[in-house]
Design a protein around this ligand. Sequence first.
Ligand code: ASP
Length: 431
Amino acid sequence: MKKLPLHWKIIIGLTLGLIYGVIGASAGWGAFTTDWIAPFGIIFMRLLKLIAVPLVLASLITGVASLSDLKKLSRIGGKTISIYIATTAISVSIGLVIVNGLNPGDKVPEQMKIKLQQTYEQDATSRTGSAQAVKDRGPLQAIVDMVPSNFFDSASSNRNMLQVVFVAIFLGIGLIQVPKEKAKPVLDFFEGFNDIIIKLVDIIMLMAPYGVFALIAQTINKVAGDDLSQVMELLGALGYYMLAVILGLILHMLGTYTAVLKLFSKMPLKTFYKGIAPAQLLAFSTSSSGATLPVTMECCEENLGVSEEVSSFVLPLGATINMDGTALYQAVAAVFIAQTLGMELNLGAQLTIILTAVLASIGTAAVPGAGIIMLVIILEAVGVPSAGIALILGVDRILDMIRTTVNVTGDASVAIAVASTENQLVIPKQS
Ligand code: ASP
């Protein structure tokens, strides 16, 4: 019998998790799910995060060391960052057009507005506090943060992925500059280490269908509690807002990424989506592009033919700074909150949103729920009260799953574009 492809197994896990979650929420199995199901999701996510730092380190060091000259590195870097910023700006613009066209803020019933603000007031205050800490930093702090003073410090948290990227590139540059016989044992070590980590990704992915089941079941459990009717009420009131975000995300994915793939490569769309599906499904279930990174790298290299040199540079960078889905969502959410509070945002304010959303998405951590914290900064930039995030907190987790999927798809499509222009893409034959 032909073996079922991995993405189908994950889809089955996801669907069963969804069914279990809904039944569990209506039957009041909350405590059981938290005690006996959720831990498997946590273990799965921890395993993925566990290998992210060593994977980036080993693959990037070997990647940079295999570059013949440093000019190539800066060329790849320049291309990557330019496409990342351009696609993010496009995604924000798509979001703005949709939210201004649909006007979802006018469709929330007055009573619901008051209820939402009361229910989520406290939660909103704590997130506003986290955003304030980010805002108080100087303009160059993001660049300062990229350079660690102690490598073990950086490697101790996946939030410091950019520091790990920095160290790996730095070490790789050193490796190119020393005599070959000195570099060889170090390079051999990292090459071997890299192969081992890739094997570990395969082993962890065997657990993916079960991990995804547990993650989805627990997400529904957390969102719904033991009262599904409350979620239904929330979904009804915020339905138009969610529609605006989701519509924007779908348009960006189908429009912008198709254009990027067609413009820069000959990758057939079917091959692309088939190859990247496991990473997309994982992004959807974990809501974290950071945790998905090892799988995104594997999908790009093994299923889509991107060279390791390009993928190990473009993807870790993308997971941390390229978040088109997040930026689009932040723009829609900012305008939605303004509309709900009865505030007009003129053209100047909308342009400010484009700029701040691009910057805020770059600064958003690749973890669940980070996007809404950075949203506070955008709201403050256009003079909308940040307490307004209380209005959208109830459905944020659901949108987080979808925007993270778009974030990861964006990283992968740019990796293909860059690899193709560098002649480092071997498009697999379609099966
Ligand atoms: N969860 C998103 C990610 O990891 C970030 C966010 O928008 O909250 O890509």
